[in-house]
Design a protein around this ligand. Structure first.
Ligand code: HAX
Length: 441
């Protein structure tokens, strides 16, 4: 067994034994109280899942195994000469629950390098799609084509013992993460760079090599990718992409099928696609106002117009967070350090000043503050990546780290099929009249 696999299994066995004890002593204890509105309104605030890799606090933002983003920026290993964390380190932390050493991170890098080969039929499958297909469509199709390589699916078909599910899921998770940058870069070069592909550089770290294959040799872009891949990786378990991956995996669909399902959810505009929508919205505003740097007054007016036409302001609001997203702040700090005078980046900051008071004045929005997607596009454009339809693919590559570490935990802890109860509106009304006592009491 590999070093990380062994450490992961050791930790998972400890937690599994503890869960058994906790359930034996406290299994009937009530956690929260479900209100009728919650089952109609997206289950907000309803605790319904256990996800080990990270925990979201509405005021403070995300913590990965207890560490905030600034703490990770300080404590996770960096590339030589770099100052942003290596996402390999975050993956190790989410998986094993402890901060990695430099050697641990080098080990993850080299395992992913070794496992990064993508078979030709995956590229041929992508090539069968029109080049005009959205990059997220091409990406998910590529992942589905790669499912032929699933060790879980093969071992299950051969009659695997349920005690070994975690082992096959772990191996699929490592293989898939290793291969995703190649698939994503292939789609980018196919769609936007005349199919001029760039071979991987085996000397680079996972995110650095991804930047290289995308065609961005600049050290600043490599650093941005390391930060980007770290901060987009996980946001506890209830968001659409994480929850979907977990749900589909609970049917023992293999990690390729589960991750692809999750990424179909990430491709929605209220979730990960918001990152392309933000930059599209800013470009349209600049075009309409005929200025590179709209004033705060102009932005305020444009926001009103967006709201009046029945659209959301992309990049603002959140289902759980009630403060500025620390992932936004981390990107703002990156912008201040590397490109403080970039007019697009300054526009993102002016929007940050202008939008919250307008959203607050509507009185119905629970969180008027920016989320992760409000900032990311402007940093990418600075380095020349203007093709905003591709942005959600970057998010998807990063999100693999969190959802696949979580899927490994799901199987190691032996979590069962997820199957909550649903009711009809009619049944609710009967229950309210006291005519139906079957559920809810
Ligand atoms: N602009 C306009 N209206 C907004 C809004 C925004 N940015 N955010 C929320 N609202 C509206 C909602 O549409 C809802 O309106 P109705 O009552 O008319 O339906 C009302 O305010 C209450 O919504 P809420 O309770 O504050 O927010 P939700 O938990 O329902 O939704 C969303 C959270 C993130 C979906 C929402 O804030 C939104 O649509 N934001 C814009 C899209 C976006 O940035 N998505 C990315 C979120 C982060 C993420 O997942 N990244 O991947």
């Amino acid at each position: 067994m590999g070093i990380i696999k062994e450490r992961f299994k050791g930790k998972a066995d400890e937690v599994a034994a503890d869960i058994k004890d906790v359930l034996k002593d406290h299994g009937t204890k009530k956690i929260g109280e479900v209100q009728l509105a919650q089952i109609y309104q997206g289950m907000r605030g309803m605790t319904g899942l256990v996800t080990e890799t990270s925990l979201l606090d509405a005021q403070e933002g995300i913590r990965f195994r207890g560490y905030s983003i600034p703490e990770l920026q300080e404590r996770l290993p960096k590339a030589d000469g770099g100052s942003e964390p290596l996402p390999e380190g975050l993956f190790y932390l989410m998986l094993v629950g402890e901060l990695p050493t430099d050697e641990d991170v080098q080990h993850v890098t080299s395992v992913w390098q070794r496992r990064s080969h993508v078979p030709n039929h995956v590229f041929a499958t992508i090539e069968a799609l029109p080049v005009s297909a959205h990059p997220m469509t091409q990406f998910v199709v590529g992942v589905m084509a790669l499912q032929t390589e699933s060790q879980f699916a093969k071992r299950y078909a051969a009659g695997m013992n349920k005690k070994d599910y975690w082992d096959a899921v772990f191996d699929d998770a490592m293989d898939l993460i290793a291969r995703l940058p190649r698939i994503a870069a292939y789609i980018y070069r196919r769609k936007y760079k005349n199919g001029e592909h760039i071979q991987p550089n085996g000397l680079l770290d996972w995110a650095g090599n991804f930047a290289h294959m995308l065609g961005y040799g600049d050290n600043g872009f490599k650093e941005l990718m390391r930060l980007y891949m770290t901060i987009h990786a996980d946001h506890e378990g209830g968001n659409v992409s994480a929850h979907t991956t977990h749900l589909v995996g609970s049917a023992l669909s293999d990690p390729y099928l589960s991750y692809a399902a999750g990424m179909n959810g990430l491709a929605g505009p209220l979730h990960g696609l918001a990152n392309q929508e933000v930059i599209k919205w800013i470009f349209e505003m600049r075009e309409e106002l005929k200025t590179e740097l709209p004033s705060k007054e102009q932005i305020t007016e444009y926001v009103q117009k967006t709201l009046n036409s029945g659209k959301v302001v992309p990049g603002y609001g959140h289902a759980v967070l009630r403060k500025t997203d620390p992932r936004f702040t981390a990107q703002m700090e990156f912008g201040k350090k590397h490109m403080p005078n970039d007019p697009l980046v300054q526009t993102v900051w002016n929007i940050y000043d202008a939008v919250p008071p307008v959203l607050q004045s509507l009185g119905k929005i629970k969180n008027p503050w920016p989320n992760v997607d409000a900032h990311s596009g402007a940093l990418l454009v600075h380095y020349g990546m203007v093709e905003y339809e591709f942005y959600t693919v970057l998010f998807a590559v990063s999100r693999a780290l969190g959802v696949l570490a979580s899927l490994s935990w799901d199987r190691a802890l032996g979590f069962p099929l997820e199957r909550p109860k649903s009711v009809t509106h009619d049944a609710v009304k009967k229950w309210l009249k006291g005519e139906d006592e079957i559920w809810g009491e």
